[in-house]
Design a protein around this ligand. Sequence first.
Ligand code: ATP
Ligand code: MG
Length: 748
Amino acid sequence: LPEAAARILEGLNPVQRQAVQVTEGPVLIIAGPGSGKTRTLTHRIAYLIATGRARPHQILALTFTNKAAREMMERIERLVGAEAARHIWMGTFHAIFARILRREGHRIGYTPDFSIYDTDDSERLLRELMARYHIDPRQYSPRTIRHLISGAKNQMIGPEEYARLVASPVQEKAAKLYGPYQEALRKANALDFDDLLLKPIELFEQHPDVLQRYQERWRYLHIDEYQDTNRAQYVLARKLAAAHRNLCVVGDDAQSIYAFRGADIGNILSFQRDYPDATVIRLEQNYRSTRRILKLAEAIIQHNRDQLEKRLWTENPEGDPIVLIEALSERDEAQKVEQRIRDLHVRYGYAFRDFAVLYRTNAQSRSLEEALRRGGIPYRVVGGLSFYQRKEIKDVLAYLRLLVNPHDAASLQRVINYPARGIGQRTIEVLADYARQHGLSLWQAIERVEEVGLPTRAQKAVQEFHFLIARHAAKMDAMPVDELARSLLQESGLLEELRREGTPEALARWENVQELLNAIAEYVATAGEQATLSGFLQEVALLTDLDEMPEDNRVTLMTLHASKGLEFPVVFITGLEEGLFPLAQATQDRKDLEEERRLFYVGVTRAQRHLFLCYARSRYRYGEQQPSVRSRFLEELDTDVIVTEAGLPFRRGEVLDRRPRSERYVEMDPHYYRRPLQQRRSSGATRRVVYDEGAGEIVPGARVEHAIFGEGKVLALEGQGDQARAIVFFPEVGQKKLVLKFARLRRI
Ligand code: ATP
Ligand code: MG
């Protein structure tokens, strides 16, 4: 063996080595997390090059994310040098096949400069088509229709076949639009994400000579995370491997978490059927995690019925116990996470990049981001945008910015017709022209819309929009900021728009908007009397501009889905509550529930040394602060590897909070101000009792507790009735002026 090849084998155990050395014929590596599947794949590719069995450009490697491809590439560079590595075909399915379509797409009618449409673009296109086909977008949301069409495409069901399968009115609409949608994409020389996988299949079927060329070029094919491939990916792999049959796939059925997007665990089983002569390799030694973490992972996955038997052992030490963290609210949870990070950073010297905080839904990142920011801990949000960069949040902020500064043209353009209110592009152009001619801002043109000379209907629509903004702007000083924002969003129809769509993504967006309202309410509670809308907007603007942290050494915040394939010394899994994790929608069906459980399994097995499981006893969800119930995933665990924050062994079913129920209740619902307006109004009685009782006890010198700031001491009181304020010193956060009505101080 060449020396380089021998070195490549050195870093592997005997079974991994076998997987590397069986280079010919189909190979299936099926093994649990942290057993070195990805490492084996990486070394296998390096080995092929080092032994001269393949030239770099004859190797194809398909990964699930761009990040995974980059990491694999870096490792291979270290093993065989950058020059050789450069010519390997390595990337996600989408990236690789987009590349092929750029070269070969002309054969099926695309020029090399085709555009790739993201979901927003697709929806915009569908919206246009719906207008043409007289389908009301308020009745059938473009988002739902895109979702349905994409689902069909993922399963390789064409327009005609889909039309035959239709089973509901909305599917019927999707079927009607599916063909025209494809046609419109083609006319625009554009492909959506699904097309990036489907068009190559079309290409290969219509032009066998092209297929043959790629079959010959790629003598060795590799696919990581095979358990999450969908139908089209499966077909592509099979076609491309048909000539040489050197296809090596690695995966773990217990980590399949993308069924909701069309991934099919069945592809692993099909592999053995398609290639009965496949070499099947099982890796059993885990190199990643402590024994305790592995024990927990095993205790989790054993509750799934649909699971292949797999053993996993490790030579790693027992490790620290896993800590179960109970918090009062999501804000408290975030603060506890922040404290643990600080503590491990200071005491054990972990770098910030060693930490990952995982959550089930993107909306959860906000409270975490805020706690880390307050604590001055650098972080980055992976996948999904940072909370304040999300479209729906930007939409809401645009509305709020308009109240403060109606001349803000970008914000105006953004929301003038969102949600759709009959102000078309043409109308906006006429208004903009008028403004330009008369040296006015767009808003000023809107103010004198009668002079602009628009058709009556358009003029009326513009006037209504003007009234909506002006009416709320006038109330700005008279109304608490949070109520003002809620009222504006309600009357703008934005909340309704998201609710009507009813897809999981729309629900997530709606929750994000509720999160933002929550942030405003918190701001009001904290800033007290000084709270103004422009003050809040300024805080937010600073938040998004804050980017002075070094790029590389940050805490990672991401969804459990995004964490697949990664590893971190310290991992937090947050929001382990019923309805959140598992998600409420997933609890009805065993298969869905098992997928959620696999997601928990994936999260736990990201941890190398320290693992924290967190839940909050109340959480702001669906527009209000709600008591929450600890996740069934915790209750079903029968294991001795978990301890409570106090360091005591945790047993399932155990109530951690030993105070009397009455006291617990008070803290379950600490943020009166977070409840929606209607509820607050209707529960006037509760409000008086709580407020008056609380206020009576608050005197200068009293020691008090605040749900968020913790314990403090009252320095002074001022104002009367609803305006009564206390100046309190909190050792943890400093001096605060709090409106008693909102602050819910508890005397201790
Ligand atoms: P997942 O299922 O989570 O994707 P995986 O099976 O792909 O996990 P890897 O990420 O390849 O596992 O490996 C987990 C960790 O164990 C990595 O840090 C890797 O470098 C290390 N590792 C794997 N095999 C060995 C080995 N033989 N010697 C030393 N370290 C190893
Ligand atoms: Mg891996």
